[in-house]
Write a protein that binds this ligand. Structure first.
Ligand code: IVH
Length: 672
């Protein structure tokens, strides 16, 4: 293709992709399938790879994250970023409204949610996003443009006929679901959990790798517009104008924004959201009340750092008193010891609370907690409630202070606390029961060795019975030993376990690596390492420096891997796993070519295959750019049928006109 034609096609594709992106992330009404979207994106990426100078920094291809940001430059704000003065009760809101009414007569207010995220300022020149700045000190902020480009609801180019320069301001947020997903992953990877969505958003926006930011699913709402002249003299009107330009603005139909001209209207809005906020996926911590008329705003002016024409009503974090009847010290897979408060059940923010997190020893000391205390629990931005105060006057006489144990509650080993780390750890990796059990649980889990028939309870029981002390012991288990355990250990269930263990020897190396539970080596990192290194022997012999050369492996991961293999106990277990026949190398026949041959196609696999395991066939499809789905629909491109595929599936495929192929045909498609 000629350069000129390429430029034209790049422009077309970029426009189409941004259009579909807008429909999906801003309007939540996509009109094309993910596959079709991916096809367009692939075409754009291919053209940009061929003509790099035609690739704009605002290309939709940048949504997945551009180059590493070495440092965030500090840039002055063209218009200072103000903050809001807070009020916590209705009297203060009433005062605010009455003062304005007295001085200016009838006034219309725009009411908005107060998003509990991170403020952002977005500058557009001639409709192109040129800068994304944090609030900083209000005068100047950090340039986080590369990270901002990955937030799908922030337009890279504006629609319509925008002014030559404009700045839109709003909040970047992480939804609860995304937040929980992220924390589940971190728990699995043995990493410290994030406290709440707001901190996580702030941390995410300061990451140097936009590719990681892109995966965090951040979202955005716009709540203010700066440009000269403003398109409307009504704040509400300006927000609606932002919507026309393609921004994600609060939706009036959901009451994210509305207008009121009386105190009653304002209080009704507050009352609605004080209740309804618990059902939102995003965190809000109040309601913002703004004088709508911009002329009036200008007349009213500013205090030092906040406008006189707006006020934030902050919701009370829901708090209640209940009795602390005990504490449990939970020992995790990595040895981290976390105190959990046991409470008399209490209703809080729509859920029954029985446990609360007490983060660490410092907090126990600060609150001076005693068993039997009446404690105040609060559910603020955090998902897990926390203890915020103690009513000392109601302390039962003779109550014992809650002390942080010096030794591991499970094995008695003195706990260690590294400098700068809030957590205590039990260093007795190889003999501390809960650590062992949790490590074995992790090993047999679905995403790891996927051993059928073994779950948390069975692992615990086998450990209690003295049959397993580490993951290698699993491979020495005999069915007779299991049958001897008595009730509940029948012929069928024990056979399932033995078969499951035997079958796990065929699990791909990358999952074996993940299953070992090396700290900081999660699923994705394990995959990268397995592919880069090829086998366990080589991995075990690599130095920290060599390890760091692997994509996505930094000092922390590299050191953790080296430490793992340096420990005799671990080396011995790894050796026994090898002897048992566990897969320690990337299988060359399994090493499916990576390609884009199946890009845009969705497959449903069903039945048993001769030349693939069930996971193997899914991996083969994904590695070649295809998608695997669980059920047949109109979106399905092919059903790959193995032996024993059910008649219902066959009928469904026929009914929808979906082509059914066998594994030979699939191989032909990817070997083409
Ligand atoms: S307006 C001049 N509107 O609250 C007023 N701010 O202390 C400037 N915030 O850091 C802000 N939701 O990040 C405005 N609907 C909303 C908001 C909002 C959340 C945040 C904003 C700012 C803080 C104000």
């Amino acid at each position: 293709m000629e350069r000129e034609a390429a430029a034209k096609r790049i422009a077309e594709l970029s426009e189409q992709l941004e259009h579909h992106n807008h429909l999906y992330y801003v309007e939540a009404r996509p009109v094309i399938s993910d596959q079709d979207f991916d096809l367009l994106m692939k075409e754009l990426e291919a053209l940009e790879a061929k003509w790099p100078d035609l690739a704009s920094p605002n290309s939709p291809s940048q949504r997945v994250g551009g180059d590493i940001t070495k440092e965030f430059n500090t840039v002055p704000h063209r218009w200072p970023m103000l903050s809001l003065s807070n009020s916590y009760n209705s009297e203060e809101v009433a005062e605010f409204v009455e003062r304005i009414a007295k001085e200016y007569g009838a006034v219309t207010f725009t009411l908005e949610l107060k998003y509990d995220g991170v403020a952002i300022s977005l500058t557009y020149e001639h409709g192109e996003l040129v800068r994304g700045l944090t609030r900083g000190d209000g005068e100047k902020g950090d340039d986080i443009t590369a990270n901002v480009r990955t937030v799908r609801s922030i337009p890279l180019r504006l629609r319509g006929d925008p002014p030559a320069e404009l700045e839109a301001r709003g909040e970047i947020l992480m939804g609860r679901k995304e937040f929980e997903k992220l924390n589940e992953q971190r728990e699995e990877d043995g990493e410290e959990l994030f406290a709440n969505p707001r901190n996580t958003t702030a941390g995410t926006l300061k990451l140097q790798d936009p590719k990681v930011v892109a995966k965090r699913g951040l979202q955005n709402y716009i709540y203010s517009l700066q440009t000269e002249p403003l398109p409307s003299r009504s704040h509400y009107g300006n927000i609606m104008y932002c919507r026309e330009l393609g921004f994600r603005t609060p939706d009036p139909a959901k009451r994210f924004i509305e207008q009121a001209d009386s105190l009653e209207g304002i209080m009704a809005y507050i009352a609605h959201w004080d209740h309804a906020r618990h059902e939102l996926d995003i965190a809000i911590d109040g309601v913002v009340i703004k004088v709508d008329n911009i002329d009036l705003q200008e007349e009213m002016g500013l205090r030092s750092k906040s406008p006189r024409w707006a006020i934030a009503y902050k919701f009370q974090a829901e708090q209640k008193f209940t009795r602390l009847h005990g504490v449990e010290f939970h020992v995790g897979r990595t040895g981290a010891v976390t105190p959990v408060a046991l409470l008399d059940p209490v209703e809080l923010a729509g859920t029954t609370v029985k446990r609360a997190s007490i983060h660490n020893a410092d907090q126990i000391a600060k609150l001076d907690l005693h068993i039997g205390d009446m404690v105040q629990v609060e559910k603020g931005g955090e998902i897990i409630p926390k203890i915020t105060a103690v009513d000392v006057s109601r302390r039962p006489s003779g109550a014992l202070p809650l002390t942080y144990p010096a030794r591991c509650p499970a094995c008695g080993t003195p706990l260690v606390r590294d400098e700068g780390v809030a957590q205590h750890y039990c260093p007795n990796e190889h003999a501390c029961p809960p650590q062992i059990v949790r490590r074995i649980e992790h090993f047999v889990a679905r995403k790891a060795m996927d051993i059928d028939g073994l779950g948390g309870e069975t692992v615990e029981a086998l450990f209690q019975a003295g049959l397993i002390h580490n993951v290698a012991d699993l491979y020495d288990l005999q069915q007779s030993q299991l049958l001897n355990l008595g009730k509940g250990w029948g012929e069928r269930s024990t056979q399932l376990i033995i078969d499951g263990i035997a079958a796990s020897k065929a699990i791909p190396f990358e999952r074996v690596l993940f299953a070992l539970g090396i700290r900081h080596v999660g699923e994705t990192v394990a995959k990268k390492i397995a592919r880069a290194v090829g086998n366990m022997e080589r991995l075990a012999s690599m130095s920290v420096v060599e390890l760091q050369e692997i994509d996505e492996v930094g000092t922390v991961v590299a050191t953790s891997i080296r430490d793992f293999f340096n420990a005799d106990g671990n080396r011995h277990i790894v050796e026994r796993l090898r002897a048992a026949g566990v897969n320690f190398a990337v299988d060359p026949s399994d090493e499916i070519s990576q390609s884009d041959l199946l890009k845009g196609l969705t497959f449903v696999v069903s039945g048993v295959f001769e030349t693939f395991t069930r996971d193997g066939i899914k991996l083969a499809i994904e590695e070649n750019g295809g998608k695997v789905s669980g059920s047949i629909s109109r979106k399905t491109s092919f059903v790959v049928a193995g032996a024993g595929m059910g008649p219902a599936k066959k009928a469904k495929a026929e009914e929808l006109g979906v082509k059914v192929i066998d594994e030979v045909e699939l191989r032909r498609m990817i070997e083409a």
